[in-house]
Design a protein around this ligand. Structure first.
Ligand SMILES: Cc1cc2nc3c(=O)[nH]c(=O)nc-3n(C[C@H](O)[C@H](O)[C@H](O)COP(=O)(O)O)c2cc1C
Length: 315
């Protein structure tokens, strides 16, 4: 029997598999047993009802999808009254995701979301189709520090910072979030992208730019998780391109304590529970008794850390 449990700060997850925000809802209970998941993660909620971005909101590419949904939702009051109770019917901890364009409102929302049925507040400071001063705080160290400090002061709940792969130096953003008091980091949101139609010469998405999701991006996010894990002490949830148990293992070896899964659940709604089963079998076959032993267990001690120096070393 493999112990699949992992800890993210004070929260214990029964296994490291959780859905990614925006790619999941309690309605998945029609298809999979939600009580098997490590955590439940709700779609990002904002204060006011939002209709979302102009259509089309999704476009296919050869290597994945680009999307610009625009955080549609019915606002925080509806969320608290109607959606939190839906999630509360299930056992795994509930991670709510929140976003705002102003620091003050972000902090106020964190306070309002601090109700008993909410276990974690994930701060979506990285929505790729927002500009830096409009909610995409995770592009700049200072903005990250300011918003995460305000949120930290506004709630006693664990707060996770969802970072952006579009930041120039994600390690310094991660350090800023840690310094501001984040309990964990979710790495990462989607990659800012563009598709142009060749039939009418127009951008394929109504909002022009979108966030790309694809298994092809996993090595890039994995590299980010690896680099951030070497720099911070707080746990990391690796999110990007997970489609199978070995991807979870890779993220954990790189230093993640858990993973979030979006895209794979669109392709196959039973992917999350299949990956839990496969991860258990993967560990069992190798005599690994605790999946948490994989966290940061990449064997690289004997390798040159400065890759530029390694590349210039004489052969
Ligand atoms: C349709 C769609 C909607 C998304 N909505 C949100 C969202 O509301 N909040 C958020 O933080 N991330 C959102 N994301 C990003 C995912 O949570 C995740 O970071 C990203 O898809 C990468 O993981 P994946 O490769 O497993 O899909 C969304 C992604 C998709 C595809």
């Amino acid at each position: 029997m493999v112990d699949l449990s992992v800890r993210i700060g004070d929260i214990t997850l029964q296994n490291p598999i959780q859905p990614a925000s925006g790619a999941f809802s309690w309605e998945y209970a029609d298809v999979i047993d939600l009580n098997r998941l490590g955590a439940l993660v709700a779609k990002t909620i904002c204060r006011e009802p939002r209709v979302g971005n102009p259509t089309p909101r999704m476009a296919e590419t050869e290597a994945g999808i680009i999307q610009s949904i625009g955080l549609p939702g019915k606002g925080i009051q509806y969320f608290l009254d109607n959606i939190v109770p839906e999630y509360a019917k299930f056992e795994p901890p509930l991670v709510v995701s929140v976003s705002s364009e102003s620091i003050e409102d972000f902090a106020a929302l964190a306070t309002e979301l601090s109700v008993p049925d909410v276990d974690v507040i994930e701060c979506n400071i990285s929505c790729p189709t927002r500009n830096t001063t409009g909610g995409n705080f995770a592009l700049q160290e200072e903005h990250t520090k300011e918003v995460m400090s305000a949120i930290r002061a506004a709630t006693d709940k664990p707060v996770w910072a969802k970072l952006s792969p579009n930041a120039g130096d994600i390690v310094s953003i991660a350090l800023a979030a840690e310094e501001a008091g984040a309990d964990a980091l979710a790495i990462a949101n989607t990659f800012l992208s563009l598709k142009i139609r060749t039939d009418n010469f127009r951008p394929a998405l109504g909002n022009k730019f979108g966030g790309m999701v694809s298994p092809a991006l996993k090595p890039i996010v994995l590299r980010m998780v690896y680099q951030v894990a070497k720099a911070v002490k707080i746990p990391i949830v690796g999110i990007g391109g997970v489609t199978k148990a070995e991807d979870v293992v890779e993220y954990m070896l790189a230093g993640a304590s858990a993973v979030g899964i979006g895209y794979a659940g669109f392709r196959n709604p039973t992917a999350l529970t299949t990956i839990i089963d496969d991860l258990e079998a993967w560990c069992e076959n190798r005599g690994i008794e605790r999946v948490s032993d994989l966290i940061g267990a990449v064997r690289d001690d004997d390798m040159e850390t400065d890759t530029l120096a390694a590349a210039s070393a004489s052969v």
